[in-house]
Design a protein around this ligand. Structure first.
Ligand code: F0G
Length: 462
């Protein structure tokens, strides 16, 4: 009897396109001038000089017609806007947290949370650092300690949950400093700086057991929680038949609160929040938000933004949306791997991360290989990417550079924005740059801002 061949069906976007934004096509000469004028920093390019923008998945989402309709329902009252109550209902229903404090974006929530929970000299363990998160912890007097598993620092290790926390590292910190010095552990879902790598529910449950014993809170950085839930559904035993929505709710239920940059998973262009279960923490945060963001029922946002966020949260949890979202990222990653480009594996949820140390072995890390590679890719094709290496890592309190093991260029895919043909064009450009990689030289930093230098630093070729 002939063997039945079951071919896996292709994914496709669960939407059709209703409006388009035209892009400018530029020449290599134009791009050479533009990147030099931007000090070889892709953050300093003008967006109109960019063809395909993979700088970030933050605030670059395409909203749905329902979200755009929601903007028209904006209740722009200073206090008690209807849209705030819609958002509060969505946060309770889909994430399960009791109390909500809206903020203009994720770092607004990080600022308030850090000020509420951290005392001078406290230790804040986390599964790899994120730039703004760590800085707010440090500005509040805390000291960040990385407790991610070692595999996360190796770009070719195929561990399915490279965002996991090493419980031995947490135990060692508790032993060294005492639990009272650790107000909370910051747990990120699909760890950005590790290449969009997920944490497993098994690991989160084990962490919960350990921290409960010691009275340590877990605060989730839930910026990309739905993407993490997708990987749990695909990879973790027992979750194949569970919905993204139910997995997200389970993740949140194992934590005491969360900071959210809604500009990512929640499919909006601006917005964020802090959500907690402890009433005392909520009351303090609600009081603090009026100093830094705005009244507690708008948190620096217009009513219409709150409405778009409430709708976006629900849309982000659809299984079809997430299969196409991560499907597109995997499509690009597999094409790059076929072309022999060294990327972080397994492929992450929000983008592809090129290993710049392997791509440019002739450029020393002190000469910013990932920064130089991002500039070269832009010059080749107008594709804008971002450095995630030594420039992003910044300096320690003593002034020394952090030299992270991972020196990466991030190709971040905005949600619902680009087509498969764009992914093909991106691959061809990276392949072309790879063939000519020996010509790429390192950079020297000629201007360095004090905080989050990667946003505004300037460079010149060596
Ligand atoms: N946490 C994570 C994991 C993030 O990726 C970001 C932002 C934030 C917090 C801060 O949120 O930007 O709304 O203030 N990441 C963007 C990026 C900037 O490009 O990865 P925000």
């Amino acid at each position: 009897m002939a063997k039945k061949i079951i071919k896996k069906r292709s994914w496709a976007e669960p939407f059709k396109i209703k409006m388009v934004e035209l892009l400018k096509m530029t020449t290599p000469e134009h791009r050479q001038k533009a990147i030099a004028a931007a000090g070889y920093n892709t953050f300093l390019l003008k967006s109109e000089d960019v063809y395909i923008d993979l700088l970030t998945d933050s605030g670059t989402n395409a909203m749905s017609d329902r979200q755009w309709a929601g903007l028209m329902l904006g209740d722009e009252a200073y206090a008690g806007s209807k849209n705030y109550y819609h958002l509060e209902t969505a946060v309770k229903k889909f994430y399960g947290y009791k109390y909500l404090v809206p903020t203009h974006q994720g770092r607004g929530a990080e600022n308030i949370l850090s000020k509420c929970l951290i005392k001078e000299g406290d230790i804040i363990p986390g599964n790899m650092y994120f730039t703004t998160t760590r800085l707010h912890q440090e500005l509040a007097g805390g000291i960040f300690e990385d407790v991610i598993i070692d595999e996360a620092h190796d770009s070719s290790n195929l561990h399915p949950f490279k965002g996991n926390i090493d419980l031995n590292k947490v135990n060692a910190l508790i032993k060294k400093y005492g639990a009272t010095k650790i107000p909370y552990i910051c747990v990120a879902t699909t760890v950005n700086m590790a290449g969009g790598q997920p944490i497993s529910l098994e690991n989160l449950k084990a962490l919960r057991k350990l921290t409960e014993k010691h009275g340590i809170k877990i605060i989730l950085d839930m910026t990309r929680v739905a993407e993490n839930a997708y990987f749990i559904q695909q990879r973790e035993k027992g979750y194949a038949n569970k919905s993204i929505a139910s997995i997200v709710k389970e993740i949140c239920s194992l934590t005491d609160g969360a900071t959210m940059s809604a500009k990512k998973d929640a499919l909006v262009n601006i917005g964020g929040f802090l959500a907690v279960n402890d009433k005392k923490v909520f009351e303090e945060a609600r009081n603090m938000v009026v100093i830094y963001e705005g009244l507690h029922t708008y948190g620096g946002l217009a009513g219409r933004d709150l409405e778009a966020m409430a709708i976006g949260i629900e849309e982000s949890l659809s299984d079809d949306h997430m299969a196409a979202r991560v499907g597109q990222v995997i499509y690009l990653g597999e094409k790059l791997m076929e072309a022999g480009i060294p990327i972080v594996q397994p492929i992450g949820g929000h983008g592809i991360f090129i290993d710049a140390k392997k791509f440019l072995p002739h450029v020393k890390q002190a000469q910013f290989p990932a920064q130089a590679l991002a500039a070269a890719i832009y010059t080749d094709s107008g594709v804008r990417t971002m450095e995630r290496g030594v420039v992003s890592a910044g300096r320690k309190a003593n002034g020394e550079n952090y030299f992270p093991k991972l020196e990466l260029v991030r190709l971040t895919i905005p949600r619902r924005v680009y087509t498969q043909a764009h992914m093909d064009v991106i691959t061809e450009s990276i392949e072309h740059v790879y063939q000519n990689r020996k010509k790429i030289k390192g950079l020297e930093m000629v201007y360095e801002p004090k905080y989050l230098r990667f946003f505004q630093a300037r460079f010149k070729p060596i």
